[in-house]
Design a protein around this ligand. Sequence first.
Ligand SMILES: Cc1cc2nc3c(=O)[nH]c(=O)nc-3n(C[C@H](O)[C@H](O)[C@H](O)COP(=O)(O)OP(=O)(O)OC[C@H]3O[C@@H](n4cnc5c(N)ncnc54)[C@H](O)[C@@H]3O)c2cc1C
Length: 535
Amino acid sequence: MTTQPETDAAPSSRPVVDCVVVGGGPVGLLTAVFLGQAGLRVSVVERQPRRYPLPRACTIDHEALRILQAARFMADHAGLFEPSQGERGGYEFRNGKGELLQAIDWNRTAESGWANTNGFYQPDLEAGLEQQAVATPGVRVHRGWTLQSLSQDREGVTAALAPTGRPGEIAQVRSRWLIGADGANSSVRSQLGIDVGDSGFEADWLVVDYQPLAEEKWSAFVTQYCDPAQPATAVNSGPGRRRFEFMRRADTTVEELGQDAAAWRLMAPWGVTPQTARLERHAVYTFRGRWARTWRSGNAFLAGDAAHLMPPFLGQGLCAGLRDARALTWRLAMVHGGLATPAVLDTYGPERSGHVREIIDEAVAAGRIICELDVNRAAARDAEMKKHFRDADAATREPPHPRLGEPSLTVASGGADGRLAPQGRVRVAERVGLFDDVVGGGWQLISRIGDPARLLGDKDASWFRQIGGVTADVSGAGPVQDLDAAYERWFDAHGCEVFLARPDFYVFAAGQHADIPRYVSRLRQALQPVSSTGK
Ligand SMILES: Cc1cc2nc3c(=O)[nH]c(=O)nc-3n(C[C@H](O)[C@H](O)[C@H](O)COP(=O)(O)OP(=O)(O)OC[C@H]3O[C@@H](n4cnc5c(N)ncnc54)[C@H](O)[C@@H]3O)c2cc1C
């Protein structure tokens, strides 16, 4: 059943909602949950009357799970995610003969306190997010409505919506902000006239999801079979599920590749047959690397696939979209609450686009290795990769960890600024758990030397609390115990004693304990709280 969006008879009067989110995919839904939790009135407009029933993403990283934790999603849904662990975990490249060419260390608990890589079933994630969005006060999800056009003035955005398939029945909705989370062919992006950059990478791949009927043995969580005769990917896609992906060769049409028979024929060499597996679905996708050149126009923003597309070889497209959701919503929430100047919205696009461009480049580079069809070039690639693989230091490679793009809302302070901040397991009195749950998410001021609050004057300390900041001494002398030495390792690796992290877990500043007052004062300047300017 569709619901009528809240409409405004006089679109130029006060906004009816604070934010319209166009697109009820995972990014739009999470965006709405965060904004609703911050007290904004949000309308999600989704053109499909029913949820998309097929998975696209099947792996999700530690940082994305921390973002879902911040939305209070993980408390009830941690079981949806199957971590890469044990001898069958990790990510590897093999050649046509099955020889190992490279291993990437994805088989561990990572900086964010969650497993580095996790398999999951996207329709379950989307169902959970939609349930949560609908249950969040202030959020309404309008399925079966399509954005037709939008216009802007100084005060906000007017969205013209119509029931899907009945474009003449327009309803106008006014909002202060609008977010286009409307996927790869974003109509918000087109309406805003935003240009798209292109990596030039393009390849058709068949994606086959199946449920094994018998126990299967795989050497890794994700294996890229770099076989010039038939490039393929095998991946764990969540509890009880597996996925194969096969590149389309020039001698096969998209139609031929889209047949059941093609899926079974291509999986047969791995022993996956109608006797050993139940086919869930298959579809052919064109993998590309693209990005929006700007992510904001006036009071309208882009997020998720609307802002960036990448080939899925690193499993990062959705993760990047969830990062967008967090990065944009903490800013909007602070501006809405009068805790930050609207100028903080200016850094959303540059920060996120610089970060995601590095990941797109890396996914495209992986694609160029995997998709090589020329036998001689593939042999040269194999020899080169094997040579590196024999080098113990190069044998395992870290997954990408880009810095935020510039200009960013950070303080240049020795290299860790703009990088991902850690989350460890802590004990406070009788309570054991992840830091964000036990001490608090949001702004975090964490030191390994002593209590950061002691170095703050009363005014700064009370302002920091007002913006939702928490402070902690993880040296062991205070009430917060760093149970697995996650903070100690991070401080050692970055050669510092303290960090101030933002609600999206990126480091605002990091350095020496004595720098604490300066960092908080720089943060205050950067946010320029409207209510306390000049005081
Ligand atoms: C084969 C494949 C494998 C992948 N694997 C991974 C992986 O392992 N890990 C990973 O992180 N990512 C992966 N991805 C990427 C990931 O699936 C996407 O990045 C993610 O689903 C995008 O979510 P979104 O919410 O931005 O967009 P979508 O999920 O596309 O949602 C956009 C929504 O907007 C709606 N909409 C569009 N236009 C309008 C309009 N005018 N009005 C109203 N509504 C509108 C659409 O109906 C849709 O529901 C993969 C992608 C593919 C194709």
